[in-house]
Design a protein. Structure first.
Length: 232
């Protein structure tokens, strides 16, 4: 008869795996530091969009030639990129990255990831009253567990916005639980616009409704300016 592992053994094994995974992720991040510093990550699209909104011309936010020119300014050593890594997110999202353009590319990347880690720390706290299992361990445990999750690690390495999107989903859930329907609707509408634009892989086919794109573009344009819709 096979003996069932004791709970203490399972806990120690679980902690060992968690620590080993975090150490492995730290090692991989260090090994990829030059890849990150040179601008190979997806964060390139956000930083270039922020620079276009800050320095102009804003109406050309989705101009691929302009995006490529801007990206070559701060990532000239990316040998595999012969065209722009296109920004295919809503114009209003690019506003978040304008303050980061006052930093160098690498420092902006670090600030953005620090912001994402803060979000990861907030999520267990926000959900604690509504998800019973989160009350069985302190919040820091769930943060470590999340950081040990490989997709989370890759999201941080690439400098993507998925963690911010997760926060909006969490806020929508919390607002619904608290019967604050207006705030829930506002958050869900933001998610809807984000997913609608990023649901397809390429910019040329992502906008079936130019009028709606123009509506979102007005959020980031100055009086008298108009964000041009992506081609297609």
């Amino acid at each position: 008869m096979v003996e069932t592992p004791k709970p203490v053994v399972l806990r120690k094994t679980g902690w060992l795996l968690l620590v080993a995974t975090l150490i492995l992720h730290a090692y991989l991040a260090w090994h990829l530091k030059d890849y990150i510093r040179n601008g190979y990550t997806d964060f390139t699209i956000f930083y270039s969009a922020g620079k276009i909104l800050r320095e102009g011309p804003r109406p050309s936010l989705y101009d691929r030639d302009l995006q490529y020119q801007v990206q070559k300014q701060f990532a000239p050593n990316v040998t595999i990129r012969h065209a722009a890594l296109p920004y295919n997110h809503p114009p209003f999202e690019a506003l978040l990255f304008v303050p980061l353009t006052w930093f160098s590319y690498f420092n902006a990347y670090l600030v953005w990831n620090l912001f994402n880690v803060v979000i990861l720390c907030m999520i267990p706290i926000l959900l604690r009253d509504h998800v019973a299992i989160l009350r069985t361990r302190p919040p820091w445990f769930w943060v470590l567990l999340t950081l040990a999750f490989f997709p989370t690690f890759m999201t941080l390495i690439q400098g993507q916005d998925s963690i911010l999107l997760l926060l909006i989903f969490v806020l929508t859930f919390v607002f619904l639980k608290k019967n604050t329907d207006f705030l829930a609707a506002l958050a869900s509408r933001t998610v809807k616009k984000r997913i609608r634009m990023c649901g397809k892989p390429a910019v040329p086919n992502m906008s079936a409704r130019p009028s709606e794109m123009a509506e979102m573009g007005s959020v980031t344009s100055l009086p008298g300016e108009r964000i041009e819709s992506p081609p297609g």
